[in-house]
Design a protein around this ligand. Structure first.
Ligand code: ATP
Length: 617
């Protein structure tokens, strides 16, 4: 139920053309290739800039070799030639800097816009999933998908792709230059390659394990934090702070340990690498130095060679370091694509029956419906209920009787397992959900308010609805004086979920939404919170006004709300056990009468206690 208004809004906001994945991706590149194709020109420009930047940078040691061997050591005293070499050296630095800047910018532009599209697609997809999915998956883990998982994809572009191209080209370029300078020395250096590869592979395997462990523990921590924040009022009300802190500490410690292990492995890997690099330099200096002393190698060549060797190890190191990030991106992408592959259980038919909101009468038929959550036992059994257009129905019953489930079925948050739910004779499974949610309006027990102004909350950020219309709606239901009394009237910003407003005020704002959006059927899950008698009366009046000309179903927690209803249903164990008007039900001396007498007792108690206006935390 809590998602209803959100869904209502999503129907109006989500992008219906967002692409839907057809197959599960097997690799990061394959998963992203469709997106990357859209930016192929930018990627081509990125590769071009990378090649220019690297060439400029790697020509510098060769230039030094020319300066040493062809100028300094041959005693030419060619000052002009030396100046030209130095100028070219500086120019190469400038070229390298400019193209490195361009290369980074181009990659970021393409990468970030891909990540933004994935985020948008993910959000649109999640908002279309059925309630049965949200029953199973905690919201914290969905937040992780949208935030940290897409961030990992972003790192794939920032780090992995950048490194693969930049460092990959650098390696190839250096090898070419080294072979060009001295084949024997290069071959000696290459002997080290299998050792480097062996060490890198061993570390990779280990790092993959430590990385996944850290990610899983981080997800648990984020999910726990998100759930705690959304339920903070409960945590405080039940003095669960210490217990929650203990659980948080446990998760935090376990993430800390996994993180530490990952960092230690990384450091060990880097240091081992450095030693190998120094070993290679020592070998080259020893072999090359002897050749220089024996006059079989020019000093400039040895200088350039040592410089290239230094440069050679760095990109290998960087590329292998990207393994971590690639792993993270790959895990994240698989999770994102896994989520994108989840199909909503409740779907629109291929050719929906179009419903003209203005022409809908509001007749509702629950035709012998049976429904249970997941594989569980039915919570509604063979229920047959027919509601006339414009009728006002009150629904009461014990807790867990199936009242909210019945309403969820009318909103098509779930599909019935047997029977059918029809509006004006059309099975709601044959309608587009967007049409259905325009016909059926819902005021929840805990009305959901967005961070935004009162105005935004009434018109659900739909700017085509004028402020005047919103004010008119609020005046109609009697909420206008309350809103005018707020610091900035209709432009007062409401904090998250409307905290700071009373339950009654939040309900009034939801009523105003109904007047603005004009659904033909109204469902009201009445607030259970204690309202003072003035607010209760205000809500009562507003309800009668909102219900005018609409078929209205009210799940009542206070019988006073529905005493005037055309029909009252008493539900128990998924079935309607009594129905009739207030008086008829009292006269039949059944369960309703018991409820009524009980509520009268409660009312008197409340009046004696003089309960104040309930304010949410
Ligand atoms: N999302 C869900 N997943 C599984 N079972 C559920 C779910 N929602 C409700 N139920 C179960 O279905 C039964 C009917 O619940 P429902 O919320 O419809 O009752 P209700 O009459 O509205 O109760 P209340 O007055 O306490 O809100 C209960 O046994 C409840 O535990």
């Amino acid at each position: 139920m809590a998602q209803a208004i959100n869904n209502w809004q999503m129907d109006q906001k989500a992008d219906p053309n967002a692409p839907v994945p057809k197959t599960k991706p097997v690799s990061t590149i394959r998963a992203l290739s469709g997106y990357m194709k859209e930016h192929r020109l930018t990627f081509a420009a990125f590769i071009g800039c990378t090649l220019i930047a690297i060439s400029a940078e790697l020509l510098q040691p060769y230039l030094m070799k020319i300066a040493i061997d062809d100028n300094l050591l041959v005693g030419k005293n060619d000052v002009r030639g030396l100046m030209i070499i130095c100028a070219i050296y500086f120019l190469l630095s400038l070229i390298s800097m400019v193209f490195t800047y361009l290369q980074n910018n181009l990659l970021q532009k393409a990468g970030q816009s891909i990540v933004a599209s994935i985020r948008k697609r993910l959000f649109a997809h999640i908002s279309k999933l059925s309630m049965s999915y949200f029953d199973k998956v905690p919201s914290g883990s969905l937040i992780t998908h949208v935030s940290s998982d897409t961030e990992s994809v972003s790192q794939f572009f920032n780090q992995v792709l950048l490194s693969v191209f930049r460092d990959g080209f650098t390696l190839i370029f250096i090898l070419v230059m080294m072979f060009q300078l001295d084949v024997t020395l290069t071959l000696y250096c290459l002997i080290l390659l299998p050792i480097i590869a062996g060490i890198a592979i061993a570390f990779r395997r280990y790092m993959r394990h430590t990385y996944q462990m850290a990610r899983t523990r981080l997800s648990r921590l984020v999910a726990f934090t998100a759930e705690n924040l959304s339920g903070m009022n409960l945590v405080q009300a039940f003095h669960q702070e210490e217990e929650q802190e203990r659980q948080f500490k446990e998760r935090n410690d376990s993430y800390f340990k996994a993180n530490l292990r990952e960092i230690r492995t990384n450091v060990l890997f880097n240091r081992t690498y450095e030693i190998l690099n120094n070993l290679a330099i020592a070998v080259v200096t020893w072999l090359g130095g002897r050749a220089v002393l024996g006059l079989t190698l020019e000093f400039g060549v040895l200088y350039a060679f040592i410089t290239y060797i230094r440069m050679f190890f760095q990109p290998i190191n960087t590329i292998t370091q990207q393994w971590n990030t690639l792993q993270s991106a790959s895990v994240a992408i698989n999770r994102i694509w896994g989520l994108l592959a989840v199909q909503p259980e409740v779907t629109d038919p291929k050719t929906p029956v179009r419903m003209d909101q203005a022409k809908v009468q509001g007749r509702i038929d629950f035709n012998r419906i049976t429904f249970g959550y997941g594989d569980g036992a039915p919570v509604i059994r063979d229920l047959d209920l027919h509601v006339k257009p414009g009728e006002m129905i009150g629904i009461v019953g014990t807790t867990g009787a199936g009242k909210s489930s019945l309403i969820s079925l009318l909103c098509r948050f779930y599909d019935v397992q047997e029977g059918s739910v029809k509006i004006d004779g059309v099975d709601i499974r044959e309608m587009a959900q967007s049409d259905l949610h325009r016909i059926v309006g819902l005021v929840q027990q805990e009305p959901y308010l967005y961070s935004g102004t009162v105005l935004d909350n009434v018109r659900l950020f739909n700017d085509s609805i004028s402020k005047e219309r919103v004010i008119e709606a609020c005046r109609f239901i009697g909420a206008d004086p309350i809103i005018q009394g707020m610091s900035k009237g209709y432009d007062t910003r409401l904090s998250e979920r409307g905290s700071g407003l009373s339950a009654g005020e939040r309900q009034l704002i939801s009523f105003a939404r109904i007047i603005v959006f004009q659904p033909k059927i109204l469902i009201l899950d009445e607030a259970t919170a204690n309202l003072d008698s003035h607010t209760e009366q205000l809500i009562q009046n507003a309800l009668l006004l909102v219900a005018q000309g609409r078929t209205t179903l009210v799940i009542a927690h206070r019988l006073s709300t529905i005493m005037g209803a055309d029909r009252i249903l008493v539900m128990s164990k998924g079935q309607v056990v009594e129905q009739g008007t207030h008086q008829e039900l009292l006269d039949s001396h059944g369960y309703y009468e018991e409820l009524y007498l009980h509520s009268q007792g409660q009312k008197q108690k409340r009046e004696r206690a003089g309960a104040g206006l309930y304010r949410s935390q």
